[in-house]
Write a protein that binds this ligand. Structure first.
Ligand SMILES: Cc1cc2nc3c(=O)[nH]c(=O)nc-3n(C[C@H](O)[C@H](O)[C@H](O)COP(=O)(O)OP(=O)(O)OC[C@H]3O[C@@H](n4cnc5c(N)ncnc54)[C@H](O)[C@@H]3O)c2cc1C
Length: 498
């Protein structure tokens, strides 16, 4: 085949998902154009969004530039469980995902291989029976959950730069605004603003994949839906979810205690990678938390103090880019010496034996009609996102069960459920489903009603369970690569007139 005869694949967004799809497709010999809005990695703070409700208390939760948010992530890898995929979700009682857990696991294996440079296997993500969590945990209710940090953090940016150099990946710096269609079902081009010229521009292709992130892809699709009646019928931007996270309780222990004995190897190294052990409810105990699947991690603490003000200050100091931070501001951190020590101890594990513990959760948020992204009449976007009362009540049920199971150890505790914040895991706005009533993409990640438009980023996740989304996003990106390969092999695409 002559180079010019190859079909062109256009990917919007060069973050974790877009990086994987673009690099894999280019390595397979396809003609690939990647559109990324940022030139260099930086926090992403769009000016066309208004966040309602709780909004983002964190300094930022998204990144731009080659690598997107993964330039800022902590690289923690964790997999969803079978019940997160196959158990009935809400609303309606059908399974949470329209695919089997076995199918997802095939992609989890590939994703782990890629993200950990072959260091981590699926077995490493499961704690063996009895390993790690000691008798202190009520094993009738809880089970261990493993979170792994590879010894070498994965770099999406390097993946893309290699693909550009080695496999001819074309990278265009541009903010995609919308998609142009031939009729209602066949996308023909991406339209947007090129950088740094500021000129309006279009990129034509045969296949399109939106990977602009959990919020970004929704915005591009909502813009397209404003003039495409078939897209307008889909639930784009509805029922968005995040992954509320935060240090939500402190407890004073009856006696100084070595946390390694409470949570096993939580603070040790296994092999070359760091492995943290948390706990979650067993499947048959999920009713305690209204069927939401939360994970809890402990860290040694030095006081019962609420970390709210410290977090605000720390976020500002760590992510305050481009502005001068005075020595006085830095010194302010020492007002929170106990919390500073807590953070340092967590990282370096100097004092495992402590009198206090702090509990960090990854909470599952269920889809709710009130959480959605809306395109306003002026073309701006309003993002309605709140942590609902049922979500908080469910978390309190989970933490209550944990603390009750620790009553022989814990003297007193305090819950800080107001500290829950975005987990930077924006999901669900283009959810995967088996029908266009329930979701935006089908089980091949193709937008319902279209022939050549796919989505493969955080927005396709229907439920986020208790797990950080990065590994699952990578798995879905690899699934999308297979869908694209099948499409190109079947050669169903009409010849494009350019
Ligand atoms: C501080 C931090 C720590 C994190 N830690 C972890 C962790 O330990 N483990 C984990 O699993 N997850 C973690 N995450 C979350 C993880 O990084 C994201 O879930 C993941 O990167 C999302 O991948 P994505 O491909 O969906 O989107 P992104 O990586 O956000 O990529 C989207 C890309 O699209 C681009 N884009 C958006 N709109 C447009 C447009 N209109 N035109 C062109 N380009 C566009 C953006 O610039 C960006 O590059 C963390 C996130 C943050 C912010």
């Amino acid at each position: 085949m002559r180079a010019d005869d190859r079909k062109r694949v256009c990917i919007v967004g060069g973050g974790l998902a877009g990086g994987i799809v673009a690099a894999r497709m280019a390595a397979a010999g396809h003609r690939v154009t990647l559109i990324e809005q940022g030139m260099t990695p930086a926090p992403l703070m769009p000016t066309d969004e208004t966040w309602e409700g709780d909004g983002l208390k964190s300094a930022f939760t998204r990144g731009e530039g080659l690598g997107g948010s993964s330039n800022f992530w902590h690289g923690g890898l964790i997999a969803l469980d079978a019940s997160d995929i196959e158990a009935p979700g809400c609303p309606g009682g059908s399974p949470k995902y329209p695919i089997s857990y076995a199918r997802l696991c095939g992609y989890y294996r590939q994703a782990l291989h890629l993200l950990s440079d072959a260091e981590i296997s699926m077995d490493d993500l499961t704690a063996a029976d009895g390993e790690g969590v000691s008798v202190a945990i009520d094993q009738a209710l809880f089970e261990p959950k493993v979170l792994i940090f590879p010894s070498k953090p994965f770099s999406t940016k390097s993946l893309l730069e290699n693909a550009q150099r080695r496999d001819g990946l074309e990278i265009v710096t541009m903010t995609a605004d919308t998609l142009l269609f031939d009729g209602e079902s066949r996308a023909t081009a991406v339209q947007g603003i090129a950088h740094p010229s500021g000129q309006s521009t279009t990129v034509a292709a045969d296949l399109f994949v939106l990977c602009a992130g959990g919020i970004g892809s929704v915005k591009v699709l909502l813009n397209a839906a404003a003039v495409n009646p078939a897209l307008a019928k889909l639930p784009i931007g509805r029922n968005i979810t995040d992954h509320p996270t935060g240090f939500v309780f402190k407890a004073k222990l009856k006696a100084r205690r070595n946390l390694k004995r409470m949570f096993g190897s939580a603070y040790g190294k296994t092999g070359h990678f760091r492995r943290r052990l948390g706990i979650k409810l067993k499947d048959d105990s999920l009713g305690i938390a209204a069927h939401r699947n939360h994970a809890l991690y402990l860290r040694p603490a030095f006081s019962m103090r609420n970390p709210r003000d410290y977090n605000v200050l720390k976020n500002r100091l760590v992510w305050h880019r481009g502005a001068k931070i005075t020595l006085w501001e830095k010194l302010q951190l020492f007002r929170y010496l106990d919390l500073l020590m807590e953070a340092l101890n967590f990282r370096f594990g100097v004092f495992p034996s402590v009198r206090y513990i702090a509990g960090f959760v990854f909470a599952e948020q269920f889809p709710a009609e009130t959480n959605c992204i809306v395109r306003d009449a002026d073309g701006r976007f309003t993002i309605h996102w709140r942590i609902s009362k049922p979500d908080t009540a469910s978390l309190e049920g989970f933490l209550g069960a944990f603390l009750h199971s620790q009553k022989d150890l814990v003297e007193e505790f305090v819950l800080f459920s107001d500290l829950l914040d975005s987990g930077a895991h924006h999901s669900g706005g283009c959810r995967i489903a088996s029908t266009p009533t329930d979701g935006v993409v089908d089980e091949d990640l193709r937008v319902f009603g279209t022939t050549n438009l796919f989505v493969a980023d955080g927005s396709v996740l229907a439920y986020t369970g208790h797990a950080n989304t990065g590994l699952t996003i990578a798995a879905f990106a690899l699934m999308c690569v297979d869908s694209l390969q099948r499409e190109l092999t079947a050669d169903r695409l009409p010849t494009r007139v350019s």
